[in-house]
Write a protein that binds this ligand. Structure first.
Ligand SMILES: Cc1cc2nc3c(=O)[nH]c(=O)nc-3n(C[C@H](O)[C@H](O)[C@H](O)COP(=O)(O)OP(=O)(O)OC[C@H]3O[C@@H](n4cnc5c(N)ncnc54)[C@H](O)[C@@H]3O)c2cc1C
Length: 480
C-alpha cells in the first residue's frame, strides 16, 4: 500500500476544505447517538460536517482533529462527555477560545466550552462567578459598573478560565498578583465523572493544584474570582522608532525596577506587517512599543514616572492617559483576529546591560528576521509574593518575563522556532529556573512543562494528579 492510500479501517476527518486521514478511533453509531441523547449541546464525530468549525482555534498554527467533539452548554454536559470518554477509553481535551492550544488534541474527545456563558457579579463580596466559556471582556464590562476589575491579561479576548488556571499575569498584576491568586472557588469535573466544588475549605489539596496546574486535573465548569477596586487607571502604549531600540531598552532596564507596584509595564520590539489597516508611521516598520499602566488617582505622578522613557526616543504614535478598565486592550494592542503564531517564553532573574545587549543582538531591529515580537515585561511586586491561599502557580521568582513570537506557518516551520529559541538561548545566563505556564508556548513534551515548576510544587502537583486522574485522561494541554 502506498503512503497516500487510506487504509480501510481509518475514518476520514474534515479539516477546513481538506479531508485528512487520522488514527482517530471510530465508534459504533449507536454509541454516538447515546452521547447525543445525554447532552444538550451538539456532538460532532469524526467525518461530521461542522467538526472542524466546532474545534477551530484562534492560534491557527495548531488545528485540532479530535475523534469526537461535544459543544457543552452546562456542567451536566461536561459530566456526560467526560464519563462517555472514559467509558470509550478516550483522552479528554478542552477548548474555550483556542488562544492557547499546545498541540493537536488528535483522537481525543474535545469539550468546547464557548456556549457556557453564565456570568454574575456580587459587588458586595467583590466576586464574579464565571462559567467556562466566558472571555475577559464580558467580566471587565460587567465589573466596571461597580468600579471593580478582574485581573485580565493583555487581551480581553482570552478566556477567563484557561488564563487563570495557568496563573494569569496582566496589567494590574504588580499591584494585585496573579489572577489565580484571587480564585475563591472552582467547579470542576474530574476523571471519575464527578462535578466537585473546591475552595480553601473543600478539597483544599485539589484547590491548591488546579490554580496553576492548568488543564491537568479536570474540566473546570466555573470559577468564582475575586475582583479588585480600580478607582482610576492611567494607561496606554507609546510606539517609538525602531532606531531607538538600544537606548530605549537600556533605559527600560534601569527605569522599570524603580517603579512602584501600582505601575505595570513592558517593552516590545515589534515588526509590524505592511497592512493598509495600520497607520502609516507603523505600517511595515520595526518599532518599539512601551506599555504602561498606573493604578491610582494621581495622574501627575503617573506622568512623572513615565517621563524618563518618553524622553529617550522618537515617538511615532501613542496614547497614555486616563483609561477605563474595559479599555485595557489599548495598553498592549494585541491582535484580535485569529492568526498562526509560534511563541515561547522564559523568566529572567535580572535584566543587566549584557542581557539587553544579548536581546538586541538576537532580536534587534537591525536584523532581517521573521519575528513578530520580542517582549520584556516587568514582574515583581505582588507577582513575587505568595497567594493568600497558596496555589501551584510557578514563576514568582522572576524579575522579568520574556516572550518571543513569530509567524507559525508551515513555510517557516524550520526557521521561526530556531530563531525564537536562539533569542531565549542567548538570554539563558540570566534565566530564572521557573517559567510561567501561560507563556510556555511551544513545548517539546511533558518534561518541558514539568520543568516550569519548582521541584517541590511539581512533586505535589503530580501526587494530586495521580489521585484524581491516575489514568491520565487529561493530558492534551500542558501535561505534566
Ligand atoms: C493574544 C494573547 C494574549 C495573551 N496575554 C496573556 C497575558 O497577558 N497574560 C497571561 O498570563 N497569559 C496571556 N496569554 C496566554 C493565555 O492566558 C493562554 O493561552 C490561555 O491558555 C488561553 O486560554 P483560552 O481558554 O482562551 O484558550 P484555549 O486554547 O481555549 O485553552 C487553552 C488551554 O487552557 C486550558 N483550559 C481552557 N479551558 C479550560 C477548562 N474549562 N478547564 C480546564 N482547562 C481549561 C486547557 O489546558 C486548554 O488547552 C495570551 C494569549 C494570547 C493568544
Amino acid at each position: 500500500m502506498s503512503l497516500t492510500e487510506k487504509p480501510e479501517h481509518l475514518p476520514a476527518v474534515a479539516i477546513g476544505d481538506a479531508v485528512l486521514d487520522t488514527l482517530a478511533p471510530s465508534f459504533p453509531a449507536a454509541d454516538v447517538e447515546d452521547l447525543r441523547g445525554r447532552v444538550r449541546g451538539p456532538v460532532y464525530a469524526a467525518g461530521d460536517d461542522g467538526l472542524a468549525a466546532e474545534v477551530a482555534t484562534w492560534n491557527v498554527a495548531i488545528q485540532h482533529t479530535p475523534a469526537i467533539a461535544v459543544g457543552a452548554t452546562c456542567a451536566e454536559d461536561v459530566v456526560a462527555a467526560v464519563s462517555w470518554a472514559v467509558a470509550h477509553d478516550l483522552g479528554v481535551a478542552v477548548q474555550a477560545t483556542g488562544h492557547g492550544p499546545v498541540r493537536n488534541a488528535a483522537g481525543s474527545l474535545m469539550i468546547t466550552t464557548r456556549r457556557m456563558q453564565g456570568l454574575s457579579i456580587d459587588p458586595e463580596r467583590r466576586i464574579a462567578r464565571v462559567e467556562a466559556g466566558v472571555k475577559w471582556m464580558r467580566v471587565l464590562e460587567a465589573a466596571a459598573e461597580f468600579g471593580l476589575a478582574g485581573l485580565c491579561g493583555s487581551s480581553s479576548d482570552v478566556g477567563v478560565v484557561g488564563y487563570t488556571l495557568g496563573g494569569g499575569m496582566g496589567s494590574l498584576g504588580r499591584l494585585h498578583g496573579f489572577a489565580a491568586d484571587h480564585v475563591q472557588a472552582v467547579e470542576i469535573v474530574t476523571a471519575d465523572g464527578r462535578l466537585r466544588r473546591l475552595s480553601a475549605d473543600r478539597e483544599p489539596e485539589l484547590f491548591w493544584a488546579v490554580r496553576g496546574g492548568k488543564g491537568n486535573l479536570g474540566v473546570v465548569t466555573a470559577l468564582e474570582i475575586g475582583l479588585v477596586p480600580v478607582s482610576s487607571l492611567y494607561a496606554g502604549g507609546i510606539f517609538f522608532s525602531g532606531d531607538d531600540a538600544p537606548a530605549l531598552l537600556h533605559r527600560f532596564r534601569q527605569w522599570a525596577p524603580t517603579l512602584p507596584d501600582r505601575v505595570s509595564t513592558s517593552i516590545a520590539i515589534l515588526r509590524m506587517p505592511p497592512m493598509d489597516e495600520l497607520p502609516p508611521p507603523l505600517r511595515g516598520q520595526t518599532v518599539v512599543h512601551l506599555r504602561f499602566a498606573y493604578v491610582g488617582e494621581d495622574h501627575a505622578e503617573a506622568e512623572r514616572l513615565l517621563e524618563p522613557m518618553k524622553a529617550v526616543g522618537t515617538i511615532l504614535l501613542g496614547f497614555v492617559g486616563p483609561m477605563r478598565t474595559d479599555e485595557m486592550d489599548g495598553i498592549h494592542m494585541d491582535p484580535v483576529d485569529p492568526l498562526p503564531a509560534w511563541e515561547k517564553g522564559m523568566l529572567l532573574d535580572d535584566l543587566t546591560e549584557e542581557t539587553v545587549d544579548a536581546l538586541l543582538r538576537t532580536a534587534g531591529p537591525q536584523l532581517d528576521v521573521p519575528l513578530i515580537m520580542a517582549e520584556v515585561r516587568l514582574m515583581g511586586g505582588a507577582l513575587s509574593r505568595p497567594a493568600t491561599v497558596p496555589n501551584a502557580v510557578p514563576g514568582r521568582s522572576g524579575a522579568f518575563a520574556v516572550l518571543v513570537l513569530g509567524p507559525g506557518i508551515p513555510e517557516l516551520a524550520q526557521v521561526v522556532p530556531a530563531i525564537g529559541r536562539g533569542v531565549l538561548g542567548a538570554l539563558q545566563p540570566w534565566a530564572s529556573p521557573e517559567k510561567m505556564i501561560n507563556f510556555l508556548g511551544d513545548v517539546s513534551g511533558p518534561g518541558e512543562v514539568a520543568a516550569a515548576y519548582p521541584p517541590a510544587t511539581l512533586e505535589r502537583l503530580r501526587a494530586v494528579k495521580h489521585t484524581v486522574d491516575p489514568a491520565g485522561v487529561f493530558s492534551f494541554g500542558h501535561a505534566i
